[in-house]
Ligand binder design. Sequence first.
Ligand SMILES: Cc1cc2nc3c(=O)[nH]c(=O)nc-3n(C[C@H](O)[C@H](O)[C@H](O)COP(=O)(O)OP(=O)(O)OC[C@H]3O[C@@H](n4cnc5c(N)ncnc54)[C@H](O)[C@@H]3O)c2cc1C
Length: 465
Amino acid sequence: MKITVCIRQSADGEINPFDASAYETALRIKNSEITLLSMGPERTTVFLSDLTRLGAVRAVHLCDKSFAGADTLATAYTLSLALKKLSPDLIICGRQSVDGDTGQVGPSISEMLSLPLVTGVMKADMAEELIAVTRSGVQKTVYLPALITVEKSLRLRLPSIRSKRIEAEVWNAQAFGADILRCGLAGSPTRVIKTFENSEDWRKCRFIEPSELNNVIKAGLEKSMRKATPAIVSEKKLKNVWCVGKAVVNMAETVGENITVHKIENPEIMAEKIRAAGPDAVLWGSDALSKEIAPRVAVQLQTGLCADCTSLETDGEKLYMYRPACSGDIIAKIYCITSPAMATIRTPEEKTERIIIGIGYGARAHISEINKLVKKFGGAIAATRKIVDNDYLPYEIQVGLTGKTVNPDVYIALGISGAMHHIVGIRRSGTVIAVNTDKNAPIFRFADYGVIGTVEDFLNEFLPV
Ligand SMILES: Cc1cc2nc3c(=O)[nH]c(=O)nc-3n(C[C@H](O)[C@H](O)[C@H](O)COP(=O)(O)OP(=O)(O)OC[C@H]3O[C@@H](n4cnc5c(N)ncnc54)[C@H](O)[C@@H]3O)c2cc1C
């Protein structure tokens, strides 16, 4: 079976972790003949060639000056043309890149190539047909040709010493007939106007004694969730704004005069209705289904889609969309040169447990006591990537950029340093309490309450558990 894995080299030169999982997924499928495909700058040729040592039989690097500055639509266009030429039975993409963090490229390619799509795959194997198990535990039969996007569920193997390295082929735009006006910046309907430091997630940390923990947790459970209040309310408004689902109405009201709510339907029907009504903007939620359908509608309409916006602004004509970028360290202000402007809005996900204890590397010696305590609280545990990567806890409970998002009323971070990669997964929590021995740990910047002390100090307050 011919499989093409779409791979992106992250800014740090490493393979995007979701794509690493996609590659490993392909390697585990029996009798697969794997081609790696990547669009990127010149350095990507060596990167791809090195990756063939793990088992791919071919690697194709799409490299052309005209590909630079591509947003998700232009990226998906370029990759989909190359994929047409390669014509694999199965395309595997990572769920998202950790640099772009949109999750749009996989669904967009599937729409451009009219392929069935399965997202959020944890495991895939070939029986009579391809069987994919998704994040929600559902087992799906995938009829090929198809495209799947995978979670960061598998760790990529290491090459063996005697492994063979195959030189990647370099394709410029001409090599696969790409229209350069649809590639790179020229083909990108979304444009970044400016970027600035993200202080949105900062909280005012009050340092407390361990003896105050009980009261602080109780108060946190009584208080309602931290509201995702839109930061800007524009004076001038856009005439017509569509909301796909009720969850985005609050945000729509900050920029729209006439707001209508629509239900989510299949991409062709939605595109047809949007074309006929001609709204100025279409806003989507950030649930899994919206994130799967919205990029496909954007392809149908050939319009821009800005992912995971945290606030919106308008001058009455253009829609300006603000979203965290670079793992949440900065905020980008973006607008769309096509109409309608589309955005997925970061809405609080369905509430999970009311209380979650996040276990960081500094709490690794106390996992069983924490597990007992959280049961007593009636909550759940979560983990940082470092704890997961070191095999203390499973990936399913990893929270953050490459894990899931949680939004409990109370999040207790034990022995967690507070890397932005983790914070992006807890930013919608109600009260955040951090326990760390290092008073300068970044986690305190994102906490409402802080205890400078050990995990033992924390646990002692709740003994016997
Ligand atoms: C592309 C990319 C994606 C990533 N995605 C994620 C993600 O999704 N989720 C995620 O969590 N991370 C992610 N990371 C990793 C992230 O950058 C951090 O490395 C990671 O979150 C650190 O985990 P930690 O806080 O458990 O460990 P550390 O950074 O090692 O921190 C441990 C903390 O414990 C404290 N400590 C030590 N002993 C004690 C004690 N006895 N009591 C109390 N405190 C103690 C220390 O002071 C320290 O602050 C990603 C990184 C990259 C590059």
